[in-house]
Structures are given as structure tokens and as C-alpha cells.
Design a protein around this ligand. Sequence first.
Ligand SMILES: [Ca+2]
Length: 170
Amino acid sequence: MTALTFVDASHSLYFTIDAVDPRVTYETASGYSYLTQPAVPDTVPVTIAIKPDGRMIDAPPVLRNPINLGSKGLLPVALLSTTGPAFDAKAIATASLTIGDPKLTGRVHPVKFSYADIDGDGDIDCMMQFNMQELVAVGALNAATKDLMLTGQFPNGTHFAGFDHIFIVK
Ligand SMILES: [Ca+2]
């Protein structure tokens, strides 16, 4: 896995270009990263954070979310509210939310939801927990997975999608 990371001080973020994956990771000063996404027509980009409680801020984004495929636990993923453009994670119908490797077909719904200000910016975000064994069993995640994509729908039916890197350690 090769990645080059650049710091753009004027925007208080840095971005990473992965040698294999042409998409670019942008990261805010608070350590929440997002990917430019492959073209998905009529889909609104949103910001997610995998394992937001254990952010490894000193590691490059591509190495920041280690995941053990044999885990019997839960995978925490935050859907972050934003003000520009406006996105209120509390307003999303939770039944529409699924996650999976964008290169695979398996998708899994969260098993738990909670609401809190996960990124400390003053607005309430949606915190989800996904069952790790279910992700592997349905083919939403495998040893080659590098990103997870959260998808959902606004009440008016518009689709949205957010991406974050993961790093399979076993
Ligand atoms: Ca927040």
C-alpha cells in the first residue's frame, strides 16, 4: 500500500493520493477524513468516520482504521452532520442506512444507533454499530477491502453516500 500525503495549510487539511486507488482522501484539522467518490449519479456526498473513538491521528488516513476480519464485535461508524452544505444526521431514516465495500455487493444494516456530537463541532451526529461477523458473512467486507461506503436516503428519496478507508490487519 503506497500513499503520498500532502499538507494544504491554506485549507487546514491534507489530502492523500493512493498509488493504487486514484481517489483522493481529504482530511480536516480535527482528523475526520473523507474520500472523493466514484461517480454515482444523483448521489449527495456525506462525511462518515469509521472507529471515530479511536482516531489514530498520527497515521496516514489509509492506515488509520485497522479492522480484524475475525472480530466478533461491533464496528462503530459515525455519520457526521455538517453545516456547509447542510446535512442533519438526525433527520435520516435509519432503515435506509447500509454499509459495505463499494467494490462488493454485500450490504449490512446497523444493529444499533445513538446520537451524540461525535466530532465536537456542536451539532448532533448519528453513531451506528455494525456486526463484524455479519459484514464478513454477507460479503460486505473481505481481506481485500480498502474502503467502506455508507449509503442512505433523505426523506425525499435522494440518495447519499460517504466513504472512509479501512485497513485489514488479519
Ligand atoms: Ca457533530
